[in-house]
Design a protein around this ligand. Sequence first.
Ligand code: FE2
Length: 430
Amino acid sequence: MNIDILLTGGTLPNGQTADIAIQGDRIAAIAPEITADPETVGEIIDISGDLVSPPFVDPHFHMDATLSHGLPRINTSGTLLEGIALWGELKPLLTEETVLDRALTYCDWAVSMGLLAIRSHVDTSDETALVGVRALLEARERVKPYLDLQLVAFPQDGFFRAPKAKDITLQALDMGVDVVGGIPHFERTMEDGRRSVTELCEIAAERGLLVDMHCDETDDPMSRHIEQLTYETQRLGLQGRVTGSHLTSMHSMDTYYVSKLLPLIAEAQVSAIANPLINITIQGRHDTYPKRRGMTRVPEMLAQGIRVAWGQDCVLDPWYPLGTADMLDVAFMGVHVAQMTSPAALRQGFEMATTAPAAILGLTDLGLAVGKRASLVVLDAADPIEALRLRPDRLLVVSKGKVVARKERRDTDLALPGRPASVNRRRPRR
Ligand code: FE2
């Protein structure tokens, strides 16, 4: 058979060694050894001993705000609420060109890290936010050949609290934004928050769209909009199409109540997204000590069979002064905060940055299997646990059958008496 790219000797996430043949934009074969006449192969790439994985997927991001850190000023308190106020100061200053330029730059970073699908919320609170909507719709088209960008209509200033949010949110959906979002904990009252969940889920049901709501991103143990979200999911028959993002109030909730809540989330097949880098830096800001860490109850949800993924949320924006587009940074923080340190939990922590978020986005075409889309990443690591430990270089990134990023392996030269001339940090083989 004619093969466009043949990857030889890679280690799959399950530990098996395999060759992978790519034809066009599809994975044509995966086998312990694929023999082919070199004349019929476009390129043979030796990846012996390196981990080959499905691409990273970020299910929760804010691309309209990314790379704007310091504009027009810095968030001095570090809180969510000052970040929202700061974003309100920045929005009138945005132009389509600058938002598009920053979005495309971020997507370059993402591709270099093997991050090939991103769900980004885009503010739909008022007319000024439409600049971001138009810019990200354009970005979605520009990156389509190599990156899946899914957009969520997100009335950041409150669906009811901001006077024009409902009109602008509907307008954004009419313009082609993919998913319905919300922010019930930021509405004026608990009751308004509850009503916003109901109305936004009804909009999604009428239009046949997915839902992804910022839900209970607060330290208030009584913020319980996730309960309403599961209720509306069941009432409207949206099972499997709804996601609750953040859910940080669950960190502080009464444990007895959580024992009732988790089966409701599981029953409604609502997915959950934790954003560990942001949760750990934004939550608990009003505490003295002990200081709550804020991240939702990840291992407990996994134990209930709830689909849970890690999200990046922010990179260099009004809420977060760091970030690199590396989902392994996110997963690394996540497994620490969630205390997921057994071998099985670490492997699950890796999947929460690859296959689990792909399922949340509905990207059924991603995965290392014959017939699936030829999108993958090769890492300078032996297995998923070593990848988490090292957060290593991405040696090769293939998207839709094309090599889109390469990086040379480079050990560190040493000048030590009686020691080797170079070193890397991979675990020595026994
Ligand atoms: Fe967010």
